[in-house]
Design a protein around this ligand. Structure first.
Ligand code: ZN
Length: 615
């Protein structure tokens, strides 16, 4: 399916953003101990203020109905859905206090790292106040200073155990210098500025908030309103290009899936020095370098991020593995399918850019080569399957160390490579009539409204679309650690790898760090010469073949060597100097650089053009 150009480019450039409704008034500071209504229904009502934004503090006041309970158990999430690491957000919470409607204090007892119990004294509602320290600008964390606030739900809102399905409302009291509050949350029915309502705690947590003075660029696709919000760009971004290209990404994805799954969508972009993105139901939070807007090549990487997070509006936010929802916000949840949720999203993010005409075929092959190289090179690919690497995300992907490359595989890059292999296999099996696109749409049709898909559902959908049993391939490359059958996939698409070099370099199998005049081993490649012949991570290299060690000397000495020759290393380990003699090995193949096979015959050319959506 190709372009959707049903709506004109509604390019309106606002120098400040509007809340919905517009921010006609802004409060300056948090009210002190304002009385509150004890009869506010079952909604949990939060007010956020920023009287000490320069000290990175968020002041939170919450009016919480008790439901007649004698005790109210408050909790703060320990992680954010979409980012699989326990981050212990409660470490930034301070000064939790509770009062009744008359301002009289209630007893608050801390019962675990992230829970507090309020003695309600039989009141219908209590007011809880606390402060959150916010100086970590990330897609899962909070940041506040006098210019901007980037707020995420999980590290901000203490909610009540057992009340996840109750409405949660948020009132934002902005400092006078801030004009805008941007979030995917719906405006509160009372119409007050910067007052929002969430149907549940899930929805609250799934809706990041950006406050300050960003540029807001509204546009429509298929009649659905979108807003591209950009803060921090320092005038370096071409806003016309930004909105035009992002709109093009949305159109391509709407065409891919056959419609849009939301009734409004928000791209919250902080363009300063960060990187990363996180998907949400009706929005995404993007952190990027402001320089990406000033460089045509880097701009393509930003569009890749936009495409990735938008694709998640289908793949993972609505079409999700069982296990990723409903969430337990206080402990880890598990799935073997992050290679689908993240890896196949990564496969499609750049593929849809080339189909949309936003990057070239050559740009795309460079990006695909990068992912294939990252999945075919690390020794960890032989140790841990992409399914198990998904399951272990909490303790491996998000806690990488010097041994990670030897012990696991990245489910983003391996998932991309598996996606490519599956795509070509389905196309081959059906003579080009069907593809991985059809598998994604079949999974969507079957599972987006239900409890989620299992690994077996993905296998079944792939085999059904291919018209043959792909189970053995899944056994090998998803649940197993077999090498990817890349040449077969490349052959179908008329692509090739570089010819093997006649002379292979000598190889030691280490990476090093040089700092303060010291050269230290940072990584040792499993089964390489350094691994098998006595070098260790942390060794400080003092001399190499009798020359004082530096990164430059190591590099130059290695260039003089052939595989099979000796190398003498003098090193310091735990304060003791040693000499180690090694025999160098041939460098393993690590040039997974795809290019178009100009010698390929007609069908392969047609296959490639169909796959990439080339005219
Ligand atoms: Zn992702």
């Amino acid at each position: 399916m190709k372009l959707l150009r049903r709506t004109p480019l509604g390019l309106a450039l606002l120098t400040f953003a509007a809340c919905d409704p517009p921010p006609t008034t802004v409060a300056v500071e948090a009210p002190a101990a304002a009385p509150f209504s004890a009869s506010g229904g079952d909604a949990l009502r939060y007010t956020l203020s920023f009287p000490e934004a320069g000290a990175h503090m968020i002041d939170v006041s919450a009016e919480l109905p008790t439901g007649g309970e004698a005790q109210l158990t408050l909790f703060m999430a320990v992680w954010t859905p979409g980012s699989y690491l326990v981050r212990e957000y409660s470490r930034h919470v301070e000064g939790v206090q509770a009062t009744g409607p008359d301002g009289a204090p209630l007893t608050v007892t801390k019962t675990s790292k992230n829970r507090w119990v309020v003695n309600t004294q039989g009141l219908d509602a209590v007011q809880v106040r606390y402060r959150v320290y916010a100086r970590e600008l990330g897609v899962q964390t909070n940041f506040v200073d006098p210019e901007i606030a980037v707020l995420n739900g999980a590290p901000t809102f203490l909610s009540v155990v057992g009340r996840g399905d109750s409405p949660h409302t948020v009132k934002l009291n902005l400092p006078a210098a801030w004009a805008s509050c941007e979030t995917g949350l719906d405006a509160h029915a009372d119409g007050q500025p910067c007052h929002f309502a969430a149907a549940s705690y899930d929805e609250l947590v799934d809706s990041p908030i950006l406050l300050g003075n960003p540029t807001v660029l509204p546009f429509e696709v298929m009649g659905v309103p979108h807003r591209l919000v950009i803060a921090g760009d320092q005038g370096l971004w071409d806003m016309d290009r930004a909105v035009k290209d992002v709109q093009r990404v949305v159109e391509e994805q709407a065409g891919f899936w056959g419609g849009l799954p939301y009734d409004h969508y928000l791209f919250l972009t902080v363009a300063d020095e960060g990187s990363g993105g996180l998907e949400h139901l009706d929005s995404t939070l993007l952190l990027t370098s402001r320089w990406r807007g000033a460089d045509d090549e880097e701009w393509k990487d930003f569009l890749g991020l936009v495409s990735h997070e938008l694709f998640h509006a289908w793949n993972v936010k609505r079409l999700r593995p069982v296990g990723l929802g409903p969430f337990d916000y206080e402990q880890e949840v598990y799935t073997e399918s992050l290679w689908v949720a993240e890896g196949l999203t990564a496969y499609y993010d750049d593929l849809l850019l080339v189909r949309a005409g936003l990057i070239t075929e050559s740009d795309y092959l460079t990006r695909l080569s990068r992912a294939i190289n990252a999945s075919m090179t690390p020794p960890g690919r032989k140790v841990r399957s992409v399914a198990l690497s998904s399951f272990d995300a909490w303790i491996r992907h998000y806690r990488a160390d010097e041994h990670s490359t030897n012990s696991a595989v990245n489910y983003y890059s391996k998932g991309t490579a598996v996606g490519f292999v599956l795509d070509m296999e389905i196309r081959r099996a059906t003579g080009g009539a069907r593809s991985l696109d059809d598998m994604m749409r079949l999974l969507w049709a079957r599972h987006h409204a239900g409890a989620g898909y299992t690994p077996a559902d993905v296998r079944a959908a792939a085999s059904e679309v291919a018209g043959e049993d792909l189970g053995p391939l899944f056994d090998q490359i998803v649940d197993g650690t077999a090498e990817l059958p890349l040449e077969r996939a490349l052959d179908w698409a008329g692509l090739k790898l570089p010819e093997p070099e006649e002379e292979v370099d000598a190889w030691l199998g280490v990476n090093t760090n040089e700092s303060g005049g010291r050269l230290t081993i940072s990584t040792i490649v499993r089964d390489g010469p350094a691994w098998t012949q006595g070098l260790s991570v942390g060794d400080e290299l003092l001399a190499i073949d009798g020359l004082r060690a530096s990164a430059d000397v190591l590099n130059r000495v290695m260039k003089t060597k052939e595989p099979g020759e000796a190398l003498t290393v003098v090193l310091a380990r735990r304060g003791v100097v040693k000499t180690v003699e090694l025999t160098l090995a041939p460098r393993p193949f690590d040039a997974w650089t795809l290019s178009v096979d100009r010698g390929a015959v007609g069908p392969a050319v047609n296959h490639r053009e169909a796959w990439l959506g080339l005219p």
